[in-house]
Design a protein around this ligand. Structure first.
Ligand code: PLP
Length: 259
């Protein structure tokens, strides 16, 4: 055992996806690929396949707190990655955990829908996340449909949504904005007022767990000490490669190949 070369630990608070495309399995795999160690705290269990989600069950407050305590009392946490919450109560539970880890880089992925469109929480969960968790985050990573829900602008562009959401968070990455038919535009809005557009080639197909992969890779990069804009670029590049190499093990969406 060599305690001097431990990889940075990232506290992941996310749901479990039994087909292994999204949720905690995505977090673990993406973090291993960055050279980090994932410490997964389960917030919810889901029943889903690669087509869609049919149900989910939220863990009790005490169980989530106890899982997180077991980790933070045992090892230093170098970053936090937040995924599926599922309920208003879970927003408060997670806020309690994160308030105890002030100054730790915190990537907030506002998960409201599964890849197939099924709900993983009511929109009110998103509004509670907006007021209670986004202000604590280093960066928030909605895709455009999530940004439109959180900004309450159903057809808003990324720029319009960002104007609203930057009142609630420091840094914001809105993914999946439409360029032309061959390109995807991902826009980063920074606390210093600068913005950056990262353009990548649009890949065919639908993917299950792309948002989880990106947010986890980003939390890993921040845990390793990479500066924000560079960390976003690295995480986007990594995620794009996992989608390019995605597999189709089931009847529905492709699963990113993260390792
Ligand atoms: N977290 C869990 C537990 C999920 O089941 C899902 C989707 O099914 C997500 C997050 C979000 O997935 P994506 O990365 O495709 O947005």
């Amino acid at each position: 055992m060599n305690t001097y070369t431990s990889r940075p630990a990232v506290l992941c608070l996310s749901g479990h996806d039994p087909v292994g495309g999204a949720g905690l399995q995505a977090d673990i795999e993406a973090l291993i690929a960055q050279g980090c160690h994932a410490t997964p705290v389960i917030t919810a269990l889901t029943i889903q396949d690669t087509v869609d989600v049919s149900d989910f069950k939220i863990l009790e407050h005490d169980w989530v707190i106890a899982q997180a305590q077991a980790i933070v009392q045992d090892m230093p946490v170098s970053a936090i990655k937040l995924g599926m919450l599922g309920s208003l109560e879970m927003v408060d539970t997670v806020a309690q955990i994160i308030q105890g880890l002030a100054d730790t880089p915190f990537v907030c992925d506002p998960v409201l829908r599964a890849g197939g469109g099924g709900a993983l929480g009511k929109d009110e969960v998103g509004y509670a996340l907006r007021s209670k968790l986004m202000p604590l985050a280093t960066i928030v990573t909605p895709n455009l449909p999530e940004a439109q829900i959180l900004a309450e602008l159903p057809n808003g562009t990324a720029d319009k949504c960002a104007q609203v959401l930057l009142k609630h968070c420091q840094n914001l990455l809105i993914t999946g904005g439409h360029g032309d038919e061959h390109e995807v535009h991902n826009r980063l809005y920074c606390a210093d007022g600068s913005s950056h557009t990262f353009t990548c080639a649009r890949l065919p197909g639908e993917y299950h767990g792309s948002g989880c992969t990106l947010a986890s890779a980003l939390s890993g990069r921040l845990a390793l000490g990479e500066e924000l804009v560079s960390a976003v670029q690295s995480a986007l590049n990594y995620t794009w490669r996992t989608l390019r190499d995605a597999e189709a093990p089931g009847r529905g969406q492709y699963i990113p190949r993260r390792l």
